[in-house]
Design a protein around this ligand. Sequence first.
Ligand code: HEM
Length: 153
Amino acid sequence: MWKVVAVSDFFENLFNHIHGAVTHFPIALPFVSVGVDYFAAKRPGLQGGAWLLLVLGSLGTVAATITGLVAHLAYEDDSVLLSAIDRHQYLGFATTALFVGLTAWSSMRRGDVGGSRAYLVVALVGLAVLALTGFLGGNLLTEWGIGVKGITR
Ligand code: HEM
C-alpha cells in the first residue's frame, strides 16, 4: 500500500515541479549556442553544433511555455499573484517567439546565418529577454512564494 502512495506522491511532485525542471534547458542551451556561434566565425566546424543547440534550446522554450501555462492554472483565482505571473508569462512568450523565429531563420539558411551581425543582434536581444524571464520566474518562488511549501519551525 505504501508503495502506491509513494508512486502517486512522486507523480504529484513531478507534475508540480515539472516547469522548474524543464526551464534549465531553454535557459542554458541558447546561451551556449550563441557563444559557440560567435567562435564559429573563426572555426566554421562549430556552426553545426551551434545550430543543433539552438534547435534544442528553442524546443525547450516551447516545453517551458506549455508547462508554465499548466503551472499557472492553480493561481488563476488570485489577481495579485496572477499579475506577478503575467509579467513572467509575457516575457516567456516573447522569449519563445524570438528563439523559434531565430531557429526558422537559421534553418532556412541551412544554419549558416549564425555568424552574421543581424543574427547576433537579434540573438543578443533574445538572450536579454530570456535572462529577464528566468530572473522573474525565480522571483515568483523567492519573492512571492509561488510553488513553495512553507517551512514551519
Ligand atoms: C521560455 C519560457 C520560460 C522560461 C525560461 C521560464 C522560466 C522560469 C523559471 C526559471 C522559474 C523558476 C523555477 C524554479 O526555480 O523552480 C519559473 C517559474 C514559474 N513560471 Fe516560468 N518560464 C517560462 C515560461 C512561462 C510561462 C509562459 C508561464 C505561464 C504563465 C510560466 C509560469 C511560471 C510559474 C507559474 C512559475 C512558478 C511555479 C513553478 O515554478 O512551477 N512560465 N519559470
